[in-house]
Design a protein around this ligand. Structure first.
Ligand SMILES: [Zn+2]
Length: 457
């Protein structure tokens, strides 16, 4: 599958990317130098993320020029349905000529949605004057097509504004084992249930609309299925997920009516399971942690927990089966990409990679470390990416995320060099608006030392 996806979705476009050297792209499949022969029969995908206001403020063509020339990007995706203030970690935008930061409207789309694809829940379009007059996906797609760049849209962490839940989807809020609404770790909002038919209809609408109308190469998402404590999300993870296992049913969902109905279809009595999980949730967790038990053993001792976690993964698989099938019915070769936001233990947030990969074509492996300005973390990340390759490499095309918003370009340069040797098929640079130009140039310098060096100049 990996080779098929790589050839089908990417290589056919890469021969005309301006930043790749014409010498190398015109070479035979295996290059003339040992490095190229050994390392890079295919050029890498260097993707980068932009927000619509980056394009409005700096100019669409200018942003694409900068990403192509400075960082070697040959694939761009535009984020939709985002929330809160950017830059994400505070501070000022380094090169935006109009604003220092931007607080966006929650969960808005920046294209002109075709309402025939939607049911009860309709997407909300931006109402900000400087954005609302343009269909940004259309304009962006037109501009990237001229450059032969691979083009995608990302649907962010929450696909529907949580403030709409109470009014429009009161029965679709995720419920935890105590019967209380789940609150997301990142924005402290309620989360939507993936088994809600109205939400599923909306999700299918988003994928159908984009696939049918915009000639996109990929639709990427970082929808967060089930909540977990923030400290586990990105880095410095404990080696064993026992803490996750202990809190999954109270920090995350879901035990709502839609989930009970979906569980029943698969022969799982969710209400009975909830009663057992409630007893587990009320235990003295510190005593369990102090006992030194590992998660695997804890799940063996409590099969109801394993059964429930499996059910959650099956629910997420089902959602992606629905959206992927819908998108491909309109554009069979569209690449459904998962933004794998947890570094490890994703099973505990509803993503069981081995089965989940049946419903996606490619993955963006998120492992941000470059912004922490510690070289050791880059070496740790390389090990993580090597392991990631062992899990997904044979099955899907995957790119390693690089955080381009840090203060030390030399760390980023090193990561852009070393990560290439891990088996990944390229990088995902995030996010353009918050990245100093020096960092974009550092990515290019790293690429020139990477196993893909022959493709860049
Ligand atoms: Zn539910």
């Amino acid at each position: 599958m990996k080779d098929r996806i790589t050839r089908r979705s990417f290589v056919k476009k890469s021969g005309v990317v301006g930043s790749l050297t014409s010498m190398v792209t015109s070479m035979p499949t295996f290059g003339r130098t040992p490095d190229v022969k050994a390392a890079s029969a295919n050029p890498p995908e260097i993707s980068a993320s932009v927000f619509p206001w980056d394009l409005a403020d700096e100019g669409l063509e200018k942003v694409l020029d900068n990403l192509e020339e400075m960082s070697g990007a040959n694939s761009i995706y535009m984020c939709n349905l985002s929330q809160k203030t950017r830059p994400f970690r505070g501070g000022d935008y380094p090169h935006n000529p109009v604003r220092k930061s931007y607080t966006c409207e929650d969960c808005r789309v920046y294209w002109q949605p075709d309402m025939k694809y939607y049911g009860k829940i309709k997407p909300l379009r931006t109402e900000r004057e400087f954005l609302a007059k343009t269909d940004w996906v259309k304009a962006f797609r037109k501009a990237t097509a001229k450059r032969g760049m691979k083009t995608g849209v990302e649907l962010f962490h929450a696909w529907i504004d949580p403030s709409r839940f109470a009014k429009e989807l009161p029965d679709s809020i995720q419920i935890n084992v105590f019967g209380k609404p789940v609150i997301t770790h990142n924005y402290q909002n309620p989360a939507v249930c993936h088994n809600s038919p109205a939400f599923q209809e909306y999700a299918v609408g988003l994928y159908s609309d984009l696939a049918a109308n915009y000639d996109l190469d990929y639709i990427q998402t970082c929808l967060i299925p089930y909540v977990l404590p923030t400290k586990y999300l990105t880095q410095n993870l404990p080696p064993d997920p026992i803490e996750w296992a202990l809190v999954a049913a109270e920090k995350g969902g879901c035990f709502c009516g839609h989930c009970k109905a979906a569980a029943k279809k698969s022969g799982f009595d969710l209400e009975e399971a909830r009663k057992e999980l409630l007893i587990l949730a009320k235990q003295d967790k510190q005593a369990i942690l102090d006992s030194g038990i590992l998660a695997e053993e804890y799940l063996k001792q409590n099969p109801v927990l394993k059964r429930w976690l499996d059910f959650r993964c099956a629910s997420v698989n089902n959602l992606y089966r629905l959206t992927s099938t819908a998108a491909k019915s309109f554009k069979p070769d569209i690449d459904i990409r998962w933004n794998h936001y947890t570094r490890t233990h994703s099973y505990y947030s509803g993503v069981d990679l081995p089965s989940f990969m049946n419903h996606v074509d490619s993955i963006r492996a998120n492992a941000f470390v470059e912004h922490q300005d510690k070289l050791k973390l880059v070496y740790d990340k390389v090990k993580y990416l090597e392991n990631f390759e062992k899990v997904v490499g044979e099955r899907v095309h995957w790119v390693a995320a690089l955080d381009i918003r840090g203060k030390d370009p030399s760390i980023l340069e090193k990561s852009a060099e070393l990560s290439s040797y891990t088996g990944c098929d390229g990088y995902a640079l995030s996010h353009y608006g918050g990245a100093p130009f020096e960092n974009l140039k550092a990515v290019k310098r790293g690429l020139l030392k990477s196993k893909w060096a022959a493709y860049f100049k």
